[in-house]
Write a protein that binds this ligand. Structure first.
Ligand code: NI
Length: 271
């Protein structure tokens, strides 16, 4: 079985066919999906958990897990109430991760110091709840500014927890991959791994040891090359897994097994 380690199942783009979309994932061999709880803003942080509770236990569905977090663009909204909500969500057994959180210097949705403070505040909540973190990191084109700041924050505020996390939709170079692995993070590859121009990313992905990789869709965004521009969904994670398998000269069964094992190890799950 495959695990989609990152999908926004609460997106309104699934409102008309969420159940069928999840059935298609199960039919494609996707056994579990981590549903990302950021919503459009912190007031919607709980929606991923609600979706887990709605569908878990129904026949013919992947197992669903949830996360909760305040996205970098919404960092200015990380006030006491939002952080208290995050803390109570992380206490729920289905909510296995804090995220996606991080730094986005590409879109500049919030000032850099505000993003940094929002990130650190969430690390301080995730640590006592023992929840690994899901990192969104996007530098400006051609530089590593956000990565440099991110590693500075993680070295100071996260490394000592030993909890690790996931570099979601990884787009860094080998140096960033290596530093992530050293911090106990997994490198999660998304559909952009399959894009014709993504050779530099494929070169990095081929160097990441197999014990350090995950696959994800980031659905409804980032559909793999064959479906580019369409709405993405967890069933399509198979295409990214296939590309990753080829890069590592493995079968798709072997990559499924490895990524599932990695996910279970990080989140301490029996899957
Ligand atoms: Ni995402």
């Amino acid at each position: 079985m495959l695990i989609d380690s990152h999908a926004h199942l609460d997106s309104s783009r699934y409102d008309d066919d969420r159940e069928q979309m999840l059935q298609r994932a199960a039919e494609a061999g996707v056994g579990a999906v981590l549903s990302i709880g950021i919503g459009e803003n912190p007031s919607e942080m709980h929606q991923a958990l609600e979706i887990c509770r709605e569908f878990n236990g129904k026949a013919g569905m992947p197992r669903l897990y949830a996360s909760a977090g305040i996205y970098p663009h919404n960092a200015a909204e990380a006030d006491d109430a939002a952080l208290a909500k995050l803390d109570s969500l992380l206490a729920e057994p289905e909510v296995i991760a804090c995220g996606e959180i991080g730094l986005d210097y590409y879109h500049e949705g919030a000032a850099h110091p505000v993003q940094r403070e929002g990130l650190i505040a969430q690390l301080k909540i995730a640590a006592p709840r023992k929840r690994p973190i899901l990192i969104h990191c996007r530098p400006k084109d051609g530089v590593t500014d956000a990565w440099d700041d991110l590693f500075e924050v993680l070295d100071e505020h996260w490394a000592s927890t030993g909890l690790g996390g996931v570099m979601h939709c990884f787009g860094g170079g080998w140096e960033q991959a290596r530093r992530s692995l050293d911090l106990g993070f997994l490198i999660s590859l998304a559909g952009n791994l399959t894009y014709p121009k993504a050779q530099p990313l494929r070169d990095v992905a081929a160097r990441v040891p197999i014990y350090g990789v995950l696959v994800e869709t980031d659905a409804p965004w980032l559909a793999p090359a064959a479906l580019r521009g369409k709405r993405n969904e967890p069933a399509f994670v198979t295409q990214t897994a296939q590309t990753l398998a080829e890069l590592h000269h493995l079968t798709s069964e072997e990559i499924s097994l490895a990524t599932t094992k990695n996910f279970a190890r990080l989140f301490n799950l029996t899957v």
